[in-house]
Design a protein around this ligand. Structure first.
Ligand SMILES: C[S@@+](CC[C@H](N)C(=O)[O-])C[C@H]1O[C@@H](n2cnc3c(N)ncnc32)[C@H](O)[C@@H]1O
Length: 277
């Protein structure tokens, strides 16, 4: 099937790769059997490549629910999104819904997906941010005309998901990579190793992703390498990551970053692409 130009990420995500996509695509192998993206987030590379066979995963189950709903009931999602209002009181009422776990668990998958997309489009800075209890805690953004219902993109993504063979999962990256076989291509975009102790952004989900997790990920890369599976990994250009992956090919690229904890480090930063081919 031809690639669709209407397909763009449906949520804005911390660490979104849209600005450096052209750098990344230069290093994607020309052919592979199955595409794996175990830290999919906003899915910028997935939507750029639109592979016909893929396994996509993120530990954030609210995010993965959005993708499954887009595949299975995009019209229901669009209808539900249309009833949202870009008003402060309304925003906080919708944001509150996850404070009552019992009530929240009764929402349908469509209602949950619609809530997260709405909050993502109307909250400050357009991010998914939760506190330690897993409750959405970004404040109202007060934007003039947020694009809450991007029907064209949602329908295009849905058409793609239904024309391809894609497995969606919400688990740890190691589990998501279990079935990968020789010939597959894996793109890894984990939470980055922080450039400084204060720059760490841990709002993706509860738990965080510290150096132990980075080392566990490197171990997974070694296993992929042994199985003859190509992997490409994005991370920040810290001494720790450079040293961890010293046995692999490392390319340094410049990225424009606008999202971090305080906004104090906006501008160009070096990022790494690590690969075993
Ligand atoms: C840098 S973001 C991915 C950005 C994405 N590639 C994009 O273009 O928007 C990292 C993602 O890893 C997820 N994550 C964190 N820990 C994880 C784990 N142990 N296993 C799988 N996913 C994890 C987070 O929920 C987050 O969505």
């Amino acid at each position: 099937m031809d690639k669709s130009n209407s397909i763009t990420p449906v949520v804005k995500w911390v660490g979104g790769k849209r600005q450096i996509l052209s750098e990344i695509t230069k290093y994607v192998p020309e052919t592979f059997s199955v595409y794996y993206e175990p830290f999919v987030g906003g899915g910028a590379l997935l939507f750029e490549l639109q592979p016909q066979r893929a396994v996509v995963n993120d530990i954030n189950c609210e995010l993965m629910n959005i993708y499954v709903v887009i595949k299975e009931n995009v019209e229901g999602l669009i209808a539900d999104l249309q009833r949202h209002k870009n008003e402060e009181d309304y925003f906080y009422r919708i944001r509150e819904l996850d404070r009552n776990r019992e009530f929240y668990s009764m929402l349908t998958p469509v209602q949950r997906a619609s809530r997260i997309i709405y909050l993502n489009k109307t909250c400050y800075n357009g991010l998914f941010r939760v506190n330690k209890s897993g409750e959405f805690n970004a404040p109202f953004g007060n934007y003039r005309k947020p694009n809450i219902v991007n029907e064209t993109a949602l329908r295009a993504v849905s058409a793609y998901f239904n024309s391809a063979q894609i497995g969606f999962a919400c688990q740890d990256f190691e589990d998501a990579l279990q079935g990968a076989e020789k010939g597959a291509f894996v793109y890894l975009d984990p939470p980055y190793d922080p450039l400084s102790a204060t720059a760490s952004f841990t709002g993706y989900d509860r738990g965080g992703f510290g150096r132990e997790e980075q080392a566990r990920l490197k171990n997974s890369c070694d296993k992929l390498n042994k199985k003859g599976i190509s992997f490409l990994l994005s991370n920040s250009a810290t001494d720790y990551i450079m040293d961890l992956y010293r046995d692999y090919k490392i390319e340094v690229i410049r990225a424009r970053r606008s999202v971090n904890s305080k906004g104090e480090r906006r501008g160009d930063v070096a990022e790494l692409l690590v690969m075993n081919y």
